[in-house]
Structures are given as C-alpha cells and as structure tokens.
Design a protein around this ligand. Structure first.
Ligand SMILES: Nc1ncnc2c1ncn2[C@@H]1O[C@H](COP(=O)(O)OP(=O)(O)O)[C@@H](O)[C@H]1O
Ligand SMILES: [Mg+2]
Length: 257
C-alpha cells in the first residue's frame, strides 16, 4: 500500500445501548480509493461521521498524515484537509451553483474580517480569485455552463455533482463520500466513476467512499472494507472481497442489497 494518509485504530462508537462500531481499523493510503461497504445499518455512515468528527468516537485513535486528530473538532479536521459529502445530499438550494462552490473555497481561504468589512482591494481581489477557482472546479465536474443557475433548479444527478464540486473546491487531501451514487441512474453512475478517478489524479486525493453500487465499488476502489453490525468482517482488494463467503453471506441476509 502507498504511504497511509489516514490511520484509524480500534474505533468504537456507541449510541446509548447500541454499539454502532467496535474495534474498527481503517487505513487509507495516499492517492488510494478505499470503499466501505456493508448491509444497511452496518455502521458505514457512522464511520464517516467518526472520521470527520461529527460523531465523537468513545474509543480509538485517528491520525491524518502526521497529525493526531482524535480530539479535533470537525472544522479543525477540515482545515487539515479532511472534507466530506453527505448520504442525504447537502447543498444550498437557494444559491447559485457558483455561490455553492465558492463556499467550498471559503472554507479554506480565510479573508480577515476587516478586509471583508471595509471591502478593501485585498478582499475584492480575493473574491475574484475565489470566483475563478470555483468556476474552474465547476468546469472540472462539467457544470460550468450552469454556474449562474439556482442549485434547486438542477436535476438530482447534477446536484450530486455540485456537492462533489463544493467538496473539491475545499482542496481536500482526504475526501469522504457517503453514497455518492445514491439516486443516480446507470449512465450518471458511470460518469461519476470517471469523475472520481479523474479527481483523484487532478487534485491528488485520497478517497474513502461508502457505496452500495457494487459495480462502482469494483471498478474504482483499490481496497474494500466490509462492515457488518459495526465490525469489520473482511478487507482486501475488490476481486478478493467479491469471492469472500462471509461477505456473500452478509449480503444475502440483507434484502435491500
Ligand atoms: N445519531 C445516532 N443516534 C442513534 N443511533 C444511530 C445514530 N446514527 C446511527 N445510528 C444507528 O447506528 C447504526 C449504524 O447506522 P449507520 O452508520 O447509519 O449505518 P449505515 O450507514 O451502514 O447504513 C444503525 O443501527 C443506526 O440506527
Ligand atoms: Mg449510511
């Protein structure tokens, strides 16, 4: 494996009486795509939440590059280059595409408040630079022409791409995607797969994605982690996972997959 960027060790998350995750180890190499799969309720989203800091794990350690982020708040983690998207799409529907993506840039570039207040030349130059950057990212995901439209007017498939664009605009080192293909049709899913692969190259990213679409997982991931009832039941290369009897049994027991 390439040099690990993310190392999570012995992660445990409990919600009241429910042990959502226990003893989970997750390592994501630099430039690697890691897929997290498993039946519904297995703890996949909880793992993403624990890595992004939105859920505080009761057990375990989290390291990003050389930083121990175990106790870091979500905004501190994002400043260190850890950026996520959501299973239930999160975009600002009453803003334009351009404004949506600019919020991603803003998460990274901080203009000192007095600059914005006084509308100094610096702040205007910054805004312009941010706008250009946002347009570049919109172009990257193929939404450049639609930059001035309201996000709510986009078809669902394009809203998913917009969410991805906003995440990319924050220039993550590690991108966490929670079911990016949910709600997409087959051709949109293929487009997304190409885009994720291109994004890894272009932005030099590591990616951890939760995904139900097995074709997508098999096509783009370098390694797969299989969760079931909050525990890792298998891990390895996609082809290896596909043949694992434990994995097959876990999926056969789940009607929705
Ligand atoms: N905030 C929460 N409070 C209580 N229970 C939760 C919370 N988030 C998730 N859970 C529970 O934890 C388990 C794992 O959920 P989740 O991580 O969303 O699964 P997955 O994404 O694999 O479908 C489920 O039983 C779910 O109901
Ligand atoms: Mg989930």
């Amino acid at each position: 494996m390439a040099e690990p960027l993310l190392v999570c060790t012995d992660v445990g998350v409990r919600f009241g009486g429910l042990q959502a995750l226990s003893g989970v180890d997750l390592t994501a190499g630099t430039d690697e795509i890691t897929a997290v799969i498993g039946p519904n309720g297995a703890g996949k989203t909880t793992l993403i939440n624990a890595v992004s800091g939105m859920v505080q794990a009761q057990r375990g350690t989290f390291r990003l590059g050389t930083d121990d982020i175990t106790r870091a708040q979500p905004h501190e983690r994002s400043r260190l280059g850890l950026v996520r998207t959501f299973q239930n799409l999160e975009i600002f529907s009453n803003m334009t595409l351009l404004e949506n993506v600019m919020t991603g840039c803003h998460a990274r570039l901080r203009v000192a408040p007095w600059h914005s207040l006084l509308r100094t030349r610096t702040s205007r130059a910054m805004e312009k630079a941010i706008q250009n950057e946002a347009l570049e990212v919109l172009d990257f995901v193929g939404l450049f022409e639609l930059a001035k439209y309201q996000a709510r007017d986009l078809p669902f498939g394009k809203q998913r791409l917009l969410e991805l664009a906003r995440a990319l605009a924050a220039r993550p080192r590690l991108l966490l995607l929670d079911e990016p293909a949910a709600g997409l049709n087959m051709s949109e899913t293929q487009l997304l797969a190409d885009l994720i692969l291109r994004a890894r190259e272009h932005f030099r990213l590591s990616i951890v994605l939760v995904e139900h679409d097995m074709d997508l997982v098999m096509r783009i991931s370098d390694q797969v982690l299989v969760l079931c009832f909050g525990q890792v039941i298998s891990r390895g290369a996609p082809a290896q996972i596909q043949r694992d009897p434990q994995v097959i049994a876990a999926y056969l027991g789940d009607d929705e997959d």
